[in-house]
Design a binder for this molecule. Structure first.
Ligand code: G6P
Length: 602
């Protein structure tokens, strides 16, 4: 999400910044900007849309200088406007800063700074850092940055230039990647190796809490660090070193969960803070019926949400496919609300259903990944997933972001109603652990690749699951269909015997999602039904369950968590399985035939 480039050296800086930003642009962005310093004078140019728009604005402006920072932004706080594009600056236009990440306590800081007389020009969380640097400036930029970061909470990678301490770039990081490029007579800073590789392969990865200072002939980090050599080609680097966007995005699933929950959990109160719902909080208290409306993978997230809301929030929830929902007669009254779920916020079917509900006067909420999308603009209130851009057509990490938000909404609604403090605490505490557990699941990738090799000749697959993992069976099957073009269907475990079982034989494998939860015993019965017909079975089971090994052909273990959160961990092996199958079958994983990332026709 977003990209930073900074350069200081003996070359003209502008072409280097633009090329660096172009190399980072695979991440997706909606606006861009550069700041270049010459002597004590600087030029700031920003633009919305493609990098070409920025370049057009730069044409005809005489920009010389050997120090500069650039940024591509993917909106999280505030819409896609030039004022919200980076670099941001302070009141006196002396400090210029680019930022990736999220500053969690920016609202409090902004209010205080405004009281103290600071003038803000953007809606971003980033801008508070410029004003804090202005406030604390003591003649030395790195010392001031050190003081500033003590005040902020959240994730950041930043690069800063000050006209008052001009011959340097100061960079700092916390939970957001940032690295330095070291070359003869020049130094770079970037959030992505792709931007550095255009000039050097020698890099230093900054660690959390570290501050680096780049000067024309010298650099230092406020700690000694070894220089490393990057082996990637620039092309590999654009996918973060992964062969496909889809694999990169699956490996970003723990981060997607982390981003969704960052700053939103209040464990001591057993509650969550969802800023986007604050203006409708009282109306939400009255809601008794809730529709969750979406398409594709987002619909399966809606189905997980439906069970969470029913079980813990005390709301009569119902997941509906957007393209059907619009044409159905629904019982609607003032106590009904609808949540529209869409990664892109531009899916035509979902938008049509949203507009229909708005016409009927229903309170419409949104869960989306894209700030300023049609859905975000047209809903009454909502929560962003903050999953970062998703380039592969088949959704993966955004699904995890959506379920994270739905779990938080469950706590939000539940605590407005009958959910106890103890239960609220339990869910919030377990949710906070999921990113770490999700990283454990990713360690199974080589094992899952081996499984894909074993099963790649089969042409048909059942995916079975019950309760929270029935939607995951649907998602596992959809993912396999989408990219490997094999026949796969998701069925609830109990339904298998009512028809589908007729197809099972030694050539028809079943993927059974059977974590140790309230429906585990029933799932075992369903697995036995398959085994009795010689069907091969791959189980996704909870670590420590040795029994299951005796029953099935292959097992992928996932860590234990709360039942309602198991879908987040159980879906990850299925994303990996679909990915490896498609690669082995030689398909275009990121751009499957006949499909589009954002379907803007009904
Ligand atoms: C397309 C994509 C799917 C996605 C669906 C809904 O069909 O190929 O991966 O799940 O749209 O997209 P949305 O942006 O609304 O979540």
């Amino acid at each position: 999400m977003c990209g930073i480039v900074g350069y200081i050296g003996d070359k003209e800086v502008l072409p280097i910044l633009i090329e660096g930003l172009r190399r980072e642009s695979y991440r997706g962005y909606d606006s861009s900007g550069v700041f270049i310093l010459k002597g004590k004078e600087g030029i700031l140019v920003r633009s919305v849309g493609k990098l070409e728009n920025l370049e057009k604005k730069l044409e005809g402006i005489k920009i010389e200088g050997n120090i500069g920072i650039g940024h591509i932004r993917w909106a999280t706080h505030g819409g896609v406007t030039e004022d919200n594009a980076h670099p941001h600056f302070d009141c006196k236009k002396e400090v210029f800063l680019v930022h990736n990440g999220i500053i969690e306590n920016y609202k409090e800081l902004k209010e205080k700074l405004i009281e103290e007389g600071h003038n803000f020009t953007s809606e971003t969380d980033t801008e508070v850092m410029c004003h804090l640097i202005e406030k604390y400036f003591n003649g030395n930029l790195e010392e001031t940055v050190r003081k500033m970061i003590k005040e902020i909470r959240g994730a950041y990678a930043i690069a800063v230039i000050s006209k008052k301490d001009p011959q340097k770039i100061v960079a700092a990081r916390m939970s957001s990647p940032l690295l330095l490029g070291i070359n003869k007579d020049e130094f770079l800073v970037a959030s992505d190796p792709a931007a550095i590789l255009i000039r050097t392969r020698q890099v230093i990865n900054l660690d959390d809490g570290e501050i680096a200072v780049l000067k024309p002939n010298d650099f230092f980090i406020l700690k000694e660090k070894p220089i490393q050599l990057i082996e990637w080609t620039p092309e590999e680097a654009e996918k973060g070193g992964y062969p496909h966007f889809m694999l990169k995005e699956i490996f970003e699933e723990p981060e997607a969960i982390e981003n969704a929950i960052r700053g939103r959990l209040i464990p001591e109160e057993g509650n969550v803070k969802l800023g986007g719902l604050e203006n409708v909080e009282d109306r939400l208290r009255e809601i008794k019926r809730l529709f969750l409306v979406a398409c594709g993978t987002s619909f399966y997230a809606a189905k997980v949400g439906e069970i969470m809301f029913q079980e813990y929030a005390g709301i009569d929830a119902k997941a509906e496919v957007a393209s059907e929902f619009r044409y159905k007669k629904q019982a609607l009254d003032e106590n009904t609300a609808a949540i529209f779920i869409s990664q892109s916020g531009e899916t035509a079917d979902t938008l049509a259903a949203l507009r229909e509900m708005k016409k009927k006067g229903i309170l419409c909420l949104g869960i989306t990944n894209v700030v300023g999308s049609s859905q975000a603009r047209e809903t009454d209130a909502g929560v962003y997933t903050r999953s970062g851009p998703e380039a592969a057509v088949a959704a993966t990490k955004s699904f995890l972001g959506q379920i994270s938000v739905l779990a938080m909404m469950t706590v939000f609604f539940g605590r407005q109603r009958e959910m106890s403090l103890v239960m609220g605490k339990r869910i919030v505490t377990e949710l906070a652990k999921i990113p770490v557990l999700a990283k454990e699941v990713l360690k199974k990738a080589p094992e899952i690749e081996k499984l894909a090799k074993k099963y790649k000749e089969f042409k048909n697959f059942w995916f079975i699951g019950r309760k929270y993992n029935f939607p995951i069976a649907l998602e596992g099957a959809l993912k396999l269909k989408e990219i490997s073009y094999l026949h796969a269907e998701g069925i609830c475990g109990g339904e298998l015997k009512h028809g589908s079982l007729a197809l099972v034989d030694e050539n028809f494998p079943t993927v059974a999602i059977c974590p140790s939860d309230s429906v585990y015993d029933k799932m075992v019965s369903n697995i036995q039904e398959v085994k009795a017909r010689n069907g091969p079975v791959i189980a996704v089971a909870t670590e420590g369950n040795e029994e299951i090994k005796k029953l099935v052909d292959d097992v992928i273990y996932i860590p234990k968590t709360l039942e309602m959160l198991t879908p987040m961990l159980s879906v990850m092996p299925l994303h990996l399985f679909a990915y490896y199958m498609a690669v082995l079958l030689g398909h275009d994983v990121d751009k499957p035939r006949n499909l589009a990332k954002s379907v803007t026709v009904e």
